[in-house]
Design a protein around this ligand. Structure first.
Ligand SMILES: Nc1ncnc2c1ncn2[C@@H]1O[C@H](COP(=O)(O)OP(=O)(O)O)[C@@H](O)[C@H]1O
Ligand SMILES: [Mg+2]
Length: 447
């Protein structure tokens, strides 16, 4: 039974990781390392690295959900390394992978031994080809891939056993969420899928003029399901911009924030194909002022059904029409074959109304994506399955809003998003009339 093996491995790997930490500290005569608070982070990350990316993700979620007062402690113990500072594969192992995948690679490329990025599943090195062009080569860590497969197998065993246990909606919802989670993990370790995503988005980009966001070129000859080689972007990582390590004028920052907002909104609402995780770690400001965007493992894509759902929810949000919103959710429930009563839907959606009211009483603006999220949450509570594309959209909207205001506090998500959402809502003339009356209410401070 896989689950028994997994349950044995967890304590074994934890003990092994702490032992290794103790022994290397003694061996390297770095005694003090043993008593530093950062030893907690060192041991945890080593342990998670052995246990694999699923445990890594769970600990990320755990650390993320700690209250803000724990931030200092997280930094002090070095637990914040769990986000992007994982142990790297040794260079010999990288060379071994290259020997296997591209025999004779030494004649055509030169690889830099020090990785430029290491995460739980993959690590990236810079390589130079015979023409002197530099590429970013991403490798899936073989052990991480193996551990994902083992853990998923073990957990699937538990899931299939518990499927016998019951059919209650909450159990069903859990199974659905589990399936989504494991599918996205399986996709993330397949770099051939990331390549496919890049090519798909590039095809859309070609038709668009004047885009500031740049998608990396792919080096097909140096790609396999476990290796992805893309154009290397040299510039200032957005992370540094956000940490204010780089001095840019306010004017440049404003422009940058506006471009980021606008172009991600184009991806979402016009192309219906968008980056699923556009956080600062995946963006880089290039010398010519354009923005390099990589890490296309997760994307969101709208089906026709998604577009219809978005249109109906947005229409009612933009017109602030409560009855219309109730109808929209009732229609979605019907299409998804979920039985809910009008009263139940009204009850859940009242929370959305309270959100608007509360914000206005406090003199704040209600953010459109907050309202969208609240509607999805209400649907979720009612057991109405929200298609994956819409959830990814909600997450991406939230991320780009944080990104843009991080670059320039003046950036207004609502101002940038309103025209896109209006178009996506596809309103009738009557709706439009209502919107012109009601839209300002969403943002206006009370008198
Ligand atoms: N094309 C690229 N140009 C420059 N740096 C890159 C490129 N691709 C990846 N990197 C660096 O490697 C890191 C990890 O790559 P990424 O594709 O984001 O993988 P992960 O899925 O592990 O986050 C990035 O944060 C970035 O620092
Ligand atoms: Mg990344």
């Amino acid at each position: 039974m896989e689950i028994i093996k997994e349950m044995v491995k967890v304590p074994f790997y934890c003990v092994r990781a702490s032992n290794r930490h103790v022994w290397t500290s003694i061996y390297q005569r770095k005694w003090t390392r043993l008593f530093k608070t950062s030893a907690v982070g060192d041991m945890t990350i080593q342990c998670m690295n052995d246990l694999g990316p699923i445990y890594g993700k769970i600990s990320q979620i755990g650390i993320n959900s700690l209250p803000p007062k724990c931030d200092k402690l997280i930094k002090k113990t070095g637990l914040d390394r769990i986000y992007d500072d994982w142990p790297a594969l040794k260079f010999e192992e990288i060379q071994k992978i290259l020997d296997k995948e591209f025999p004779g690679w030494k004649q055509s490329i030169r690889i830099e031994p020090k990785p430029i990025g290491v995460a739980s599943m993959a690590q990236v090195h810079v390589v130079t080809d015979l023409e002197g062009k530099r590429w970013a080569m991403k490798f899936v860590k073989p052990m991480a891939k193996k551990r994902i497969q083992e853990t998923l197998k073990a957990l699937n065993e538990v899931i299939s056993l518990s499927k016998v246990a019951g059919n209650a909606p909450i159990v069903q919802k859990f199974f659905k969420e589990w399936e989504d989670f494991s599918t996205s993990l399986r996709k993330e370790i397949r770099l051939d899928l990331e390549k496919k995503n890049i090519k798909k988005i590039q095809a859309k980009l070609k038709k668009q003029k004047g885009q500031v966001i740049k998608i990396p070129e792919v080096n097909d000859a140096l790609c396999t399901p476990d290796i992805l080689t893309i154009e290397f972007f040299e510039g200032i990582p957005f992370k540094e911009l956000l940490q204010k390590k780089q001095q840019l004028s306010d004017k440049v920052k404003d422009k940058l924030a506006q471009h980021v907002l606008k172009e991600f909104l184009v991806q979402i609402f016009e192309w219906g194909l968008f980056h699923g995780d556009p956080h600062a770690g995946n963006l880089i400001l290039l010398e010519d002022g354009s923005i390099g965007l990589f890490d296309w493992g997760l994307t969101g894509e709208f089906s026709d059904k998604d577009r219809r759902y978005i249109s109906s929810v947005l229409k009612s949000i933009l017109t602030l029409d409560f009855a219309m919103l109730v109808d929209a959710l009732m229609d979605i429930a019907k299409e998804e074959e979920v039985e809910v009563s009008q009263e139940q839907v009204e009850h859940e959606l009242r929370k959305v109304l309270t959100l608007i009211k509360k914000a206005r009483e406090e003199g704040k603006k209600v953010k459109l994506h907050v309202l969208i999220n609240a509607c999805f949450k209400a649907a979720d509570k009612l057991g109405i399955p929200i298609p994956r594309g819409l959830f990814t959209m909600a997450k991406t909207l939230l991320t780009i809003e944080g990104l843009a205001t991080g670059i320039s506090p003046k950036a207004s998500f609502t101002r940038a998003a309103a025209p896109f959402m209006l178009k996506a809502a596809n309103p009738s003339f009557k709706d439009l009339w209502k919107m012109t009356k009601n839209l300002p209410k969403l943002y206006r401070k009370p008198a």
